[in-house]
Design a protein around this ligand. Structure first.
Ligand SMILES: Nc1ncnc2c1ncn2[C@@H]1O[C@H](COP(=O)(O)OP(=O)(O)OP(=O)(O)O)[C@@H](O)[C@H]1O
Ligand SMILES: O=C(O)[C@@H](O)C(=O)CO
Length: 419
């Protein structure tokens, strides 16, 4: 099976989100964890999941280029650089520097940047990113523990991360469809502008953008803009019909949720779960010791694990508590401490018979999946937009990696109604 789309994702939940979109579009997709030493798996799309959203720039660029080389060597016809639908980054990067490095490696001079995901409330109008009804900078993302987003104007945000020049393909062109979008892209390319933020408010816009970028070596954005890509391959006669792309083995074992995401959505999901299932909320500020937090959680869980209903263990905290822990330990050390604790807890849960595990948070998922020794994920049915069940290799575990802000309030309950 020839590799059609080669993808590089800056975190593990984002990779799953993208793979889910491609599977829904009729492509077979496998998510691999890190750049594999050996050959890539056979699939229409391979998504290399990295954990580089908040890494030092040189490290993020190095890993992305290694992933790019593996994908191009395997024959990928187009590359996709997947980052967060809320454009999570800092003025140092990593969206711009990685994108610039990929363009250079591919010998290309231009790419779009479109994080829109209307189904999950992320829309872009005149370069401004909205989350639901609020500007990005008033959506809760301004309080993110690692990448606080305080500027909603993506042209400005990306300009601070690249020297390549950032333009806009605005709503009027996007609303007219692929031909008009391509015309605007050509104008920017002719002027030597390296990047274009592209407005998108509806799925129809995303489909049109997908068509417009058919011949671009690199496409960048959230999972939304990947919606239009399978159709390009189908039109070119490269993508056969795949009716069972999301079939997974039956689910087995006890059910659990671990959360390290502090997003509004995750905090709401923990709140609802508290009314229905056993929930343990860890206090990293009171016990800033990963081993002690894990020991507390694993002793609490004793006798509570069942197949039918989950236990929920959360290290998540409100912005004031996150700020207090960061003031005490520093931002990165605070994040690393909680990630270490949650990863140890997840490994302990699997040892105790958990066979279906939901992990909330991208960085947190990275830590958990790495600790569990997972090397690749097959993508299964979608629970809520952007979050499918997956089947982990080689552990044989069912995993759902939930992006912090994704999922309905009852996500931690409804996930286990599947399968
Ligand atoms: N109580 C806390 N104090 C400080 N940091 C915390 C606390 N709880 C969690 N964290 C850290 O906050 C970060 C949350 O990031 P994570 O990516 O897991 O969630 P998210 O950003 O909501 O999800 P996504 O990236 O999928 O949108 C992690 O590094 C986690 O360790
Ligand atoms: O695009 C998104 O919002 C998610 O896939 C993600 O990357 C969160 O970490």
């Amino acid at each position: 099976m020839p590799l059609l789309l080669g993808c590089i994702a800056d975190d593990f939940t984002g990779a799953t989100d993208l793979a889910n979109t491609l599977v829904k579009g009729g492509m077979s997709a496998v998510q691999v964890i890190g750049v594999p030493d050996g050959p890539l798996p056979e699939a229409d799309a391979v998504i290399i999941a990295l954990k580089i959203r908040t890494s030092p720039v040189a490290d993020a660029v190095g890993q992305s280029l290694a992933a790019c080389d593996a994908l191009t060597k395997a024959g990928a016809k187009q590359l996709f650089w997947k980052y967060c639908s809320t454009f999570d980054s800092t003025d140092e990067g990593n969206i711009g520097p990685v994108g610039d490095a990929l363009l250079k490696r591919l010998g290309a001079g231009f790419a779009i940047a479109c994080p829109a995901f209307p189904t999950n409330g992320r829309t872009i109008y005149l370069g401004h990113l909205f989350v639901g009804g609020a500007l990005l900078s008033e959506s809760g993302m301004e309080n993110h523990p690692l990448t606080p987003m305080t500027d909603p104007n993506l042209v400005r945000v990306l300009s601070r991360q690249t020297e390549g020049g950032v333009g806009l393909v605005g709503f009027n062109a996007v609303d007219q469809g692929a031909v008009a979008i391509r015309r605007e892209m050509t104008k920017l390319m002719d002027r030597g502008t390296r990047w274009a933020i592209v407005d998108a408010v509806t799925d129809a816009h995303l489909m049109a953008i997908g068509e417009a970028v058919e011949r671009q070596a690199l496409v960048t954005g959230g999972s939304g803009v990947a919606m239009g890509l399978p159709e390009n391959f189908r039109r070119a006669g490269l993508l056969p019909d795949r009716s069972d792309a999301d079939a997974l083995p039956p689910m087995q074992g006890a059910a659990a949720v671990v959360a390290g995401s502090c997003s509004r959505a995750t905090l709401g999901q923990i709140g609802l779960a508290r009314e229905h299932v056993p929930v343990l909320e860890l206090d990293a500020l009171a016990t800033p010791d990963a081993a002690a937090m894990a020991a507390q959680a694993l002793s609490w869980v004793d006798g509570k694990l069942e197949a039918g209903r989950p236990v929920v263990i959360a290290a998540s905290a409100t912005p004031d508590k996150v700020a207090a822990l960061q003031a005490k330990l520093g931002r990165d050390a605070a994040g690393a401490l909680v990630e270490d604790a949650v990863a140890t807890i997840a490994a302990g849960l699997v040892d105790r018979g958990v066979g279906r595990l939901v992990v909330a948070g991208g960085e947190t998922s990275g830590a958990v999946v790495t600790r569990l020794g997972v090397t690749s994920l097959r993508i299964g049915p979608e629970i809520d937009p952007g979050v499918p069940w997956t089947y982990a290799n080689p552990t044989g575990l069912h995993l759902a990696l939930k992006s912090g802000n994704f999922g309905a309030r009852d996500f931690f309950l409804k996930a286990f109604d599947h399968g």
